[in-house]
Design a protein around this ligand. Structure first.
Ligand code: SF4
Length: 360
């Protein structure tokens, strides 16, 4: 099977080539004053138009460090775009080609819930002993909540370093909104299961007893990504039965049993590097992450077998088409800019800067 290109579940957009040509023309006209950032889960055509492509950490760094660009067009979901708007300079403007592209996982934690949970925690343990960690996949007000309380942002590529940073400053981590990234990171750190607890925001005190809270080192919010929790042990067994010798690589937003059964687990940047740098012609890999990225890697590497464990698509990442990007660039001067609330920006920047400083 090596050499076969995975059949795309995704139809090429109409006028794709024409749109890409027009986008390149518009970029040339703007020169260095414009930069396009594109996440790895974006559609193939949109990804090809990115000046910088990467996972959310890489794009966050790119937004924070771009010098010449005054206009930053971000092809990703809302939480990424507001993070870029927080990190950029005051003379820079951030644009989102489709403001409706959100993230259901980010919506699983909101500020009133997190504030209530924090107050409840504080009734059982000293708040100064707890470090709040918010996954990049969250609204800006939650990043600000963390920044105000000496906390930090993390992504799937730096969660391990962020845990070290936290335990140098406190005894417990309060991690939201993705249970699975937090659990997989805690497992990799060798934290005993009895010290990892699940906080259900719909229940008083997260559904935990005071003793469970006191004993915990990692308190995980009950949230998840529907794209990554689809993957199962049965899918891994099937891939291995159908393709002897195949490797399995999954994202850490997957269930812990799936991560344990895989050969490797890592961020989208890690997965891309695995296919590009670790594999050679004839090698086989089944991947547990968003299908657009797997499709792109398969197209880029026709000499190796790159298949999904199952086709799991993020409808929000899929929202931006080359037509949307073209419309945004053609109307850039009147396109609505993404602006961060000044107070949220000030505090969220602290938590984002903590992450950038701790992970380099
Ligand atoms: S893949 Fe999951 S976490 Fe990422 S944007 Fe989609 S729903 Fe959110």
């Amino acid at each position: 099977m090596a050499g076969a290109v995975m059949q795309s579940p995704i139809q090429l957009e109409q006028n794709e080539a024409e749109n890409i040509e027009r986008i390149r023309e518009l970029k040339r006209a703007r020169g260095d004053s414009l930069i396009i950032l594109a996440h790895h889960y974006q559609r193939l055509g949109v990804h090809r138009c990115g000046d910088v492509t990467g996972d959310s950490y890489q794009l966050c760094k790119a937004a924070a460090s771009t010098q010449k660009a005054r206009h930053i067009v971000f092809c990703g979901v809302r939480f990424m775009v507001t993070s870029a708007a927080t990190l950029c300079r005051d003379d820079q403007v951030v644009y989102h080609p489709d403001r409706n592209a959100g993230c259901p996982m980010a919506d699983m934690a909101n500020l009133p819930q997190v504030t209530t949970s924090w107050l409840e925690l504080s009734q059982v343990v000293q708040a100064s002993r707890v470090v709040p960690v918010v996954y990049m996949n969250s609204d800006l007000d939650l990043k600000a909540f963390c920044g105000e309380r000496g906390g930090i942002v993390c992504t799937s590529s730096n969660a391990s370093k962020v845990f070290d940073w936290c335990f140098a400053r406190g005894e417990k981590i309060f991690f939201f909104p993705d249970e699975h990234l937090g659990r997989n990171t805690a497992n990799a750190k060798g934290i005993p299961r009895s010290q990892i607890v699940l906080w259900d925001p719909k229940q008083p005190f997260g559904g935990l007893s005071p003793q469970q809270i006191r004993d915990a080192r990692v308190i995980l919010w009950k949230g998840y990504c529907h794209v990554h929790t689809r993957f199962s042990l049965e899918m891994i067994a099937k891939a291995r039965a159908e393709h002897p010798g195949i490797k399995v690589v999954v994202h850490p937003e997957c269930h812990e049993d799936v991560v344990a059964a895989a050969d490797f687990s890592g961020s989208t940047g890690f997965i891309q590097d695995y296919v590009r740098k670790q594999m050679k012609a004839g090698d086989k890999v089944a991947i547990g992450t968003e299908v657009n990225m797997i499709h792109r890697l398969a197209v880029e590497h026709p000499d190796r077998l790159v298949i999904p464990l199952v086709r799991s698509l993020c409808p929000n990442m899929f929202k931006i088409s080359t037509q949307d990007l073209r419309d945004c660039l053609e109307n850039l001067d009147s396109w609505e800019a993404v602006k961060a609330d000044p107070r949220e920006k000030q505090h969220a920047k602290v938590a984002l800067d903590n992450m950038l400083a701790c992970t380099g």
